[in-house]
Design a protein around this ligand. Sequence first.
Ligand SMILES: *Cc1c(COP(=O)(O)O)cnc(C)c1O
Length: 316
Amino acid sequence: MTALHQLLAAVGASPIQALQPVPGREVQLLLKRDDLLYHPAAPEWCGNKWRKLKFNLLQAAASGHQRLLTFGGAFSNHILAVAAAGQLTGFETIGIIRGEPEAADNPTLSKARAYGMHLHFLSRAAYRQKDDPEFVRGLEREYGSVYILPEGGTNAYALEGCVELAQEISAQCDSKLPDAVACACGTGGTLAGLIRGFSGKTRMLGLPVLKGDFMTRNIGSLLSENDPGNWQIIPDYHFGGYAKHQPKLLEFIRQQYEEQGIMLDPVYTGKMLFGVYDLIAKGAFPPGTTLLAIHTGGLQGNIGMNQRLGSALLPE
Ligand SMILES: *Cc1c(COP(=O)(O)O)cnc(C)c1O
């Protein structure tokens, strides 16, 4: 076993816990606590970012790379996860950041720098070229040989990590799978990997956090000819779009923390769990249903969000 394999193996399975049910609805609600999935020396590399990076790191090591390069916004969970993962596992990291260099002092990017990530800021216009091969060649001329992770980290290796998440859930449920499994969707990589991992044996529900009707198509193209079916996109809980925060959502997040000690964030998991509770309350699931929601992590963003809101509205 290499040192990298040992570090990865040191992080065991995350627990599944029961959540408070909705009164009057006979639906059992469970939460897969991937927010607790991390190595203690790099806690911001957690949740679905842990799943999505695992096989990418193995591939980067196997292909002889020492340097990871990736893309993201100034508060990105993915950026900080790559920085933390690089520090833990011995890769140099370069973050191509959309925005102005002043953002380097925000809580997310301060931590990324403390983990040793080199930050390279681009204007919004320049950042839009990030998938242009000529532009990427320019970055390679500047930084040498790099293993490139796309924005959000979604690629074939990321899906493999989420297939493993489905296998872990199956093993923990002793072959009695929940009737449905729900997760938040940004790029859809996590959902696509879960769909593939469950291979149609349980119903997968994806709740997009962005506005627009592209998610069903995204998932279709991520799965390509490997689509077992039995999945559905529920587009009703984006709360106005990415990183928008409606009072109703912030109120729900505070309530979950006070009533059952679960920390959520307003960008991803808060919307997802709000949607799940709302669907149960509306009678979307027949009595006797067991539903498992996935906590994909992302709590680091609450610190920066509180700064932007100007008060400590969210649990940190
Ligand atoms: C990045 C992220 C997501 C979105 O995952 P995708 O694979 O891009 O759909 C969901 N939840 C959290 C907490 C995240 O950080």
